[in-house]
Design a binder for this molecule. Structure first.
Ligand code: HPA
Length: 270
């Protein structure tokens, strides 16, 4: 499937991107930027084996464009396990990028803050993750693209993390840096789960990214991640969680997010 999809893509794209940027819920505004509008748009559903996208806030497309002086692919929408997609589909974009020869993937997502010092609307550089999904995308026969037992001790590339932090400073922003715990969803957590996750060392929680990051690391891609803290974890404030409010908070943070991503890509040495 990946080989067929990459053959289709190679006929349509003007260059092999230096970096892929995965735009999470509410963070898709870059897809409407002037640079993106001049790019080549490919819908996942145009590629053999890829399903249509369903989840709210996700359109399921890739735009290959010149962005801040670099050749990148902006991906809007991703496949989640909670939508019923198999892990092979959840991770397929990573395998596609690896097959194309992309070197680096920046994952972004909406997350709930668990660290009580964090504020809604802040951005967090992902320092590390806890896979609490109960599943691993590498289950089954090993894909020879990577080792059977891949090392996960530096998945979020330390140099890229420093570069994101430097990009944030140079646009006058301060970002948090913390541990993302990945859960399956689609229900939000209970307050007891949020307390448990805090005790485990997590700073933010979300329903994406971890499976793709494991697959990307296994495939030898360099990985970076940014979470937009769209709400405080369940039980931290006396209000229930609601997807629309999470999306709205993401849209409010989108400007800051865009500034930092632009600066990071501009400074990227590829
Ligand atoms: N929990 C899980 N996923 C999320 C949250 C949350 O609080 N906010 C945004 N995505």
């Amino acid at each position: 499937m990946i080989q067929k999809a990459s053959e289709i893509l190679l006929k349509r794209i003007p260059f092999i991107p230096n970096a892929a940027v995965i735009l999470g819920s509410g963070l898709g505004s870059l897809i409407k930027s002037t640079e993106a509008l001049k790019g080549i748009l490919v819908r996942f559903s145009d590629l053999t084996g890829f399903p249509e996208q369903t989840v709210e806030g996700h359109t399921g497309e890739m735009i290959f464009c010149e962005f801040e002086g670099k050749q990148v692919v902006l991906q809007s929408g991703r496949f989640h396990y909670y939508e019923g997609h198999p892990m092979s589909i959840v991770t397929a974009p990573m395998h596609l990028y690896a097959a194309l020869g992309v070197k680096m993937v920046l994952h972004t997502n909406a997350a709930g803050a668990i660290n009580p010092n964090y504020k809604v609307g802040e951005l967090m550089i992902i320092k590390d993750h806890i896979n609490f999904t109960g599943i691993n995308p590498l289950l089954g026969p090993n894909n020879p693209i990577g080792p059977r037992f891949p090392d996960m001790s530096n998945v979020y590339d330390p140099t890229l993390r420093k570069q994101i932090s430097a990009a944030a400073s140079s646009v006058g922003m301060k970002m948090q840096e913390g541990v993302y715990i990945g859960v399956l969803g689609p229900s939000y957590e209970t307050p007891a789960e949020i307390n448990a996750f805090r005790n485990m060392g997590a700073d933010a929680v979300g329903m994406s990214t971890v499976p793709e990051v494991i697959a990307a690391a296994h495939a030898g891609l360099k990985v970076a991640g940014i979470s937009c803290l769209c709400n405080m974890g369940a039980g931290m404030l006396p209000i229930p969680l609601n997807h629309h409010e999470v999306l709205a908070a993401g849209q409010k943070a989108a400007k800051d997010f865009e500034r930092v991503v632009r600066q990071f890509i501009r400074d990227l040495v590829v």
